[in-house]
Write a protein that binds this ligand. Structure first.
Ligand code: SF4
Length: 182
């Protein structure tokens, strides 16, 4: 049976969603629904864009050819609701690219196979009364940066650095604001 993903949007090359140039995938659907989440449009579990594993890998290969991305970031919505996420992640790593996962769940709740398939995890729900002011891109202080592999161990400064570019505007059929939108 083919593996399909429910995807809200893809940015083929961004510098606002983690260290280095990355392709970012916003998955559709989140059943955690933290208060004052910055992406409530992605709560709905309805189908947005259904993309197969093979199609997604082709998109990532193209981005790698065109933009020389270093890795892929999974965001949402809640990426871990997507069946087959570890297969996607392993396929991305086979291309030599790194994988960064944002999840509203804590790492202890995630399947071991999924954890082992990524390089860096930012975990935990967004807590509106516990806003993060020091680390880039991370919404609240409870959310942990957890290195699964060595790949980003020397890149964690990115989350603490003062960056000139904090927000990107992407214009296609709609306008998407990404990065440090809080
Ligand atoms: S887990 Fe993420 S997408 Fe889901 S409600 Fe919380 S902050 Fe929003």
């Amino acid at each position: 049976m083919s593996i399909n993903f429910n995807i809200a949007t893809i940015n083929q090359c961004t510098e606002a969603e983690g260290p280095n140039k990355r392709l970012a995938i916003w998955f559709q659907g989140c059943n955690i629904q933290c208060a004052e989440c910055c992406n409530p449009k992605l709560f709905s579990l309805n189908k947005a864009n259904i993309v197969s594993l093979d199609e997604l890998i082709d998109i990532i290969k193209n981005a790698n050819r065109n933009f020389e991305i270093e890795g892929v970031t999974f965001l949402g919505g809640e990426p871990t609701m997507q069946k087959g996420l570890s297969e996607l992640s392993k396929s991305i790593q086979k291309l030599g690219l790194g994988v960064l996962l944002f999840t509203g769940r804590v790492i202890e709740e995630l399947p071991e196979e999924l954890v082992k398939s990524v390089d860096l995890i930012i975990d935990g729900q967004f807590e509106k009364d516990n806003i993060e002011k020091e680390r880039n891109l991370i919404g609240s202080k409870n959310q942990r940066l957890i290195c699964i592999s060595d790949r980003y161990k020397n890149s964690l400064d990115w989350f603490y650095s003062i960056r000139s570019k904090k927000v990107e505007l992407n214009v296609s059929e709609t306008i998407h604001m990404t990065g440090d939108v809080l």
